[in-house]
Design a protein around this ligand. Structure first.
Ligand code: KG4
Ligand code: ZN
Length: 328
């Protein structure tokens, strides 16, 4: 079964062709980050306009690289939320047009579910049930995945998402955008124990809060300056990672689950990967981490999730529309 998938929920335009929910025939990602950089964050109107400009050539590129024609496709999957409405609509319109013209099923996919399903594009897939820690620029969630497409949300962020905290702290430190990869790099030269930043809600439940940590970094810099920027970055990163790792492992133990699957852009973070692997190993818990190019926004993960929805005989009709706030 060949699925064309389209992802335009934020600042990446992506199209992919995936066979049987697993084999990536093509996965083209056009990042708009250069267009947003000077504003220090994503500007929704710029994002939608840029998606409009690149979507058609990008789909053509994905089809050409996969060596398939539209008539070879069995379905079209598209992200319909959560995300920026104007951005989502570009992908949805393109997906509807292709599904209508080819008379093939259209399947709307939840972006977060897509991130989780990046774990199913690896050679070694996680066994059910597993805990998924979804950490991206817009979301931070801890979810118990009971079976295909069956979720119990255990916790989420009460304010900033983990990636958002990285981006905001990097912006404050004058490091550029997006902040995650920059802080990750700079932290390698710093001492993560140099500054004792707060670990909010460490002992309480499975919710997260990162805005107090962001304020603590700002207050520290106001008081002591930012000469030791490597130490500040490393100590901030360590505080984020500590909370994410502690809660993920606690959730796995509490739910008697043997696997934690990471998802979302922040799981590219080297400290998060290493610390989680190390601590999970001590508890006899396996960690599943998609390759970096599948952690950040891409359409292959949307195809993988769409494939599962199709297997459950779930398709969308042509009333499918963008939903900015969408639960898992
Ligand atoms: O999943 P994603 O590509 O887009 C959303 O759905 O939000 O995640 C983007 C986020 C950004 O906040 C970026 O700073 C963060 O992922 N990120 C990282 C790293 N690479 C990307 N955060 C920490 N360390 C990284 N290496
Ligand atoms: Zn994402």
């Amino acid at each position: 079964m060949k699925i064309l998938a389209i992802e335009t929920s934020c600042d990446e335009t992506s199209a992919a062709v995936v066979a049987d929910g697993k084999e990536i025939l093509s996965n083209i990602v056009a990042s708009q980050v250069e267009f947003h950089k000077k504003y220090g964050g994503i500007v929704p109107e710029i994002a939608s306009r840029r998606h409009v400009e690149v979507i058609n050539p990008l789909i053509k590129q994905a089809m050409d690289e996969a060596k398939v024609r539209f008539s070879d496709l069995d379905a079209v999957a598209v992200t319909y939320g959560p995300g920026l409405v104007g951005a989502l609509l570009v992908g949805i319109c393109a997906a509807k047009a292709i599904a209508y013209a080819q008379d093939i099923p259209l399947v709307g996919v939840n972006h977060i579910e897509g991130h989780i399903y990046a774990n199913f594009l690896k050679s070694k897939i996680p066994n059910f049930p597993f805990i998924s820690l979804i950490v991206s620029g817009g979301h931070t969630m801890l979810v118990l995945v009971k079976d295909h497409c069956q979720y119990e949300t255990l916790g989420r962020t009460r304010d900033d998402a983990a990636g958002e905290a990285f981006d905001k702290v990097a912006r404050f430190l004058g490091m550029g955008f997006p902040g995650g990869p920059i802080i990750d790099q700079i932290s390698k030269k710093g001492n993560p124990s140099a500054i004792e930043f707060p670990r909010a809600m460490m002992e309480e439940g499975y919710d997260f809060s990162f805005s107090g940590l962001k304020t603590a970094v700002i207050n520290h810099v106001k008081k002591f300056g930012k000469e030791n920027v490597e130490d500040i970055a490393a100590s901030f990163q360590e505080a984020v990672v500590d909370v994410l790792v502690e809660k993920s492992i606690r959730a796995a133990k509490k739910k008697s689950v043997r696997t934690i699957a990471l998802a979302g852009g922040v799981c590219a973070n080297s400290a998060l990967r290493n610390t989680l692997k190390e601590k999970a190993k001590k508890e006899g818990i396996e960690v599943s981490i998609p390759p970096t190019y599948l952690c950040t926004d891409n359409a292959a993960m949307i195809a993988a999730a769409g494939y599962r929805r199709l297997k459950l005989k779930e398709t969308s009709d042509f009333n499918l529309t963008a939903v900015s706030i969408l639960k898992l």
